[in-house]
Unconditional design. Structure first.
Lengths: 367, 367
DNA sequence: CGATTAAGGGTAATCGATTACCCTGTCAAG
DNA sequence: CTTGACAGGGTAATCGATTACCCTTAATCG
């Protein structure tokens, strides 16, 4: 055999663009091949007990194998009035925190035979509403709200008791609703204790919009604990980064932080905000964490590589998926229907272990 | 009116966990309310021309509004043998590059009224196969392969001419297949030119597995161009990071790079790999980019904030979504069915503009 | 032995849309 | 006046599953 370039090990006949989509086998064909009715095939596939003898079962499974039969999701959903799809509504996949949690949720769903429809909502009520309607049209198994905002359809969904799980941020309406997240109050309190132990003088706070319960909890708990320790008149300047984006934080840091009197301690309610603040700090010649201790929230795994100067509260990303799936299943399990509505996951305080300094950017070199 | 705590502005009656899911209105009810047949309702909804007088149209739309009718996706999919779902198979949502591209694709799909099912495949052929089967069962509108690997079901999908679009990495089989990505060959060649202009002595290469066409193109093109400029005997040590993860790159950098003779130029085939290599460089006391020029690929937008020392080839994230949607639509458009199979997007060379140094990590401080 | 009960399995209704096919007017061209 | 063409709209088949209901057989119980 002459040696050939080996990259595509298996070669396929050239695709015929006009080849008809060989329509997949239906339950009818399986039934015919196995010599039983479609009812029996359905029962075998769905493991209905006492409805098929071992011999029949075997014949059906053999036919399924032969035809490589896959039940049509549409047929099933139409009849059962329920699909195996779970919608995940996330503010922004560009945010590592949301992307990681979505990833964790997807893996956990897959283990249950469910699939994830993922949508960016941009924290926009209209987009959130459009997607909630879409989820209804899909008759989803459940909806996961990663960073919900108030919106009419969300209200509607709550009223009709649709299977809804809120992640991280709690439900923006005052009704009982399932929730998965960390204990932001305790975490922020521990951060306050740590920062107080390092810098008794006070700390600056850069926070995301307070419409989010997570941001609120983090800010108020931090303030309360710090003032408990340092006295009520302790300065805790509060800067509202009106988005949750690093560039907004960067711009705000520019107007608030100057090299002559930099804050010795900075508490940011998310890592993203910390990145923006830190960028400015580096650009005015500060050295972190020597000149300022900066604390974030979320614990992006990338920090170890790119932001060793950042202390943060790490969320247990991999636990979110299973917890969300449990919360969804509870909607269909009579016995758990009124179980606990909150799933509080453990967090971890990560202290900066790297001393990293930056100088002002040089002029870009010409190509 | 007495002032009340204002957080949840709208209050909802306590949810009744046993409330029946008020089943949504069907096309039948709309037809009854409008006094027409379901056929007419369907035609109005789908804008079939010359099938409804303006008056009828109006009545139907009014009924749709009144009942807040939403067509069942399952009913539609069952009849049309095609859903409005697009599957996106990505190796890992924890990778910012994949997350950003998925986000862009989702937005573009939404603009077309399509929804995205997203799945992590972990570059595992078995998981990829399971998801490809799932996509068939869902009768998806199309499948987007972000980082495809060879697998039996993929072969099968290609053979049956399913609507498949490969992103970034080309199809791992040697058949015509639609592809969206940047011109890796040209990009790597330009990187080689730049690195040569800075450091004629040569460069080290850290690369992801060469099973990926993107990695192959980047490595071979870089080598070819650098050797054209520097001579064939120019040293270009090549280190295979067998995963595409930053921690693997970090470990390999540890065994290959020492402080006494660090490489003056390092070419990494992805930003993630560059992060791992850079971490080691920082830890042994190097200053980047002063001591080494390090080049990545992908252009994570976070670099501006967290890795200003990194030069990189930036992918136009926001262009991926529309390009992918175009490629998918081409499968259903007779006139475009045999159009160009490749959509090559522009890239941008980003040169490091920050000088940032790191010292070895300090002992973690006790809590 | 008769009456129950459980196992095994078939028949056909059902879910909610789309669409092929058919029918009725109207109007303009020839 | 006849003939088409076209607008407007209804009837019913169809997509592929699940499942309520029914039937037969065999085993069990008193």
């Amino acid at each position: 055999m002459p040696s050939k370039p080996a990259k595509p090990k298996i070669s396929i006949a050239t695709r015929d663009p006009k080849a008809p989509q060989a329509s997949a086998a239906s339950i009818e064909e399986v039934a015919r091949l196995a010599g039983v009715s479609t009812a029996t095939v359905s029962r075998v596939i769905n493991n209905v007990p006492n409805k098929a003898s071992p011999a029949t079962r075997e014949r059906v499974l053999k036919a399924v194998e032969t035809l490589s039969y896959l039940p049509s999701r549409a047929g099933r959903a139409l009849r059962q009035q329920r699909s195996h799809i779970v919608g995940v509504l996330a503010p922004d996949l560009g945010n590592a925190y949301h992307a990681l949690i979505s990833g964790s949720i997807e893996r956990a769903l897959r283990d249950q035979g469910l699939v994830m429809v993922l949508a960016n909502t941009g924290e926009d009520p209209d987009q959130q509403d459009a997607m909630l309607r879409e989820m209804r049209a899909l008759q989803v198994f459940g909806v996961v709200m990663l960073g919900a905002v108030q919106s009419p359809e969300l209200e509607q969904s709550l009223k009709s008791n649709e299977p809804l799980v809120f992640v991280n941020r709690r439900c923006p309406y005052d009704v009982p609703a399932r929730h998965v997240g960390i204990d932001n109050v305790r975490a922020a309190s521990e951060v306050a204790e740590y920062l107080f132990s390092q810098h008794h003088q006070g700390a600056w706070i850069f926070h995301a919009p307070l419409k989010s319960s997570a941001s609120r909890d983090r800010v108020t708990s931090f303030q309360r604990r710090f003032q408990e320790l340092a006295g009520a008149d302790c300065p805790l300047p509060e800067i509202d980064v009106s988005t949750r984006r690093r560039d907004s934080a960067y711009q705000l840091a520019k107007t608030h932080i100057s090299a002559d009197a930099p804050p010795r301690a900075i508490f940011c309610t998310t890592d993203e905000i910390a990145y923006g603040v830190a960028r400015h700090c580096f650009e005015i010649g500060l050295s972190l964490p020597r000149d300022s201790t900066i604390f974030g929230f979320d614990g992006n795994p990338m920090n170890e590589f790119l932001a060793p100067w950042l202390s943060t509260v790490r969320s247990p990303y991999e636990l979110f998926g299973p917890a969300v799936v449990d919360a969804l299943n509870a909607f269909y399990d009579e016995s758990k229907a009124s179980g606990p509505f909150d799933s509080i996951l453990p967090f971890e305080i990560i202290l900066s272990n790297g001393l990293q300094t930056a100088h002002a950017p040089a002029e870009p070199e010409p190509v």
